[in-house]
Ligand binder design. Structure first.
Ligand code: AP5
Length: 224
């Protein structure tokens, strides 16, 4: 049985936080387009260098570059049973490309969880976020602080603040989300795939709801 879940929502909605837990529980990979771009930048690949300029400005990386990158990732054997997609698709062109891509592998998007969070909360979450350098584990200085300041609880690596979490860049990212990504809410609603999740609740409550949705999808696939 396969399961492909898209986590859709604005910057700071909690997509990365939730994708890490849900992917572990369902035993499918977590595919974050933002993480892949950052990893490429850290390794100084040509893709990483191109993407970095867009990321620093809070703009989207062009569709052709992003789609090729995700296509490559989804064609890896570990995606045969499904994936949790975090931050992709982000434009209608990317959503259409995802449909075609999954169809090539005889798969389809099973459900799109739209994580809704008020704008004021997003700003507070992103400007207080700390990320681990080694594996991208996510913390927040007030909501979810590490046990030891500046160090990841899980792997002990250094925590850093993402360059694109500066207030002005966050505001631009939110604006870009409303202009280019929010139309996907209707796109997936029209296809009967959208489920709304209240992303403003606690991390645990949001995880519970996402896992309930995933179980429902799996039961439907089983014919229950
Ligand atoms: P990306 O890395 O995908 O960033 P994003 O979508 O803007 O999302 P974030 O990672 O900022 O937030 P999140 O929703 O994952 O929240 P998180 O769990 O960390 O993309 C970065 C850039 O890459 C883009 O701007 C673009 O340039 C480029 N890019 C990426 N994908 C692209 C694409 N498909 N096309 C083109 N360009 C692309 O949580 C945030 C904070 O809140 C944390 O501190 C966390 O601890 C806290 N928190 C989380 N949940 C809760 C909760 N329930 N209660 C309290 N606090 C919480």
């Amino acid at each position: 049985m396969t399961i492909f879940i898209v986590l859709l929502g604005p910057p700071g909605a909690g997509k990365g936080t939730q994708a890490k837990v849900v992917s572990k529980t369902l035993n499918v990979p977590h595919i974050s387009s933002g993480d892949i771009f950052r990893e490429n930048f850290n390794n100084q690949t040509s893709l990483g260098k191109v993407a970095q300029g867009y990321i620093q400005r809070g703009e989207l990386v062009p569709d052709d570059i992003t789609i090729a990158m995700v296509r490559d990732r989804l064609s890896k054997p570990d995606c045969a049973q499904g994936a949790i997609l975090d931050g992709f698709p982000r434009t209608t062109a990317q959503a259409k490309a995802l449909d075609n891509l999954l169809e090539e592998f005889s798969h389809a998007v099973d459900v799109v969880c739209y994580m809704k969070v008020p704008q004021a909360v997003l700003l507070e979450r992103l400007t207080g976020r700390w990320t681990c350098r080694e594996k991208g584990h996510i913390y927040h200085e007030r909501n979810n602080p590490p046990k030891q300041r500046g160090l990841c609880d899980i792997d002990g690596s250094e925590l850093y603040q993402r360059e694109d979490d500066q207030v002005e860049t966050v505001k631009r990212r939110i604006q870009v989300y409303f202009e280019q990504t929010a139309p996907l809410i209707t796109y997936y609603q029209d296809r009967g795939l959208l489920v709304e999740v209240d992303g403003a609740r606690s991390v645990g409550q949001v995880t519970d709801q996402l896992l309930t949705i995933a179980k429902r999808v799996q039961r439907k696939d089983d014919g229950a």
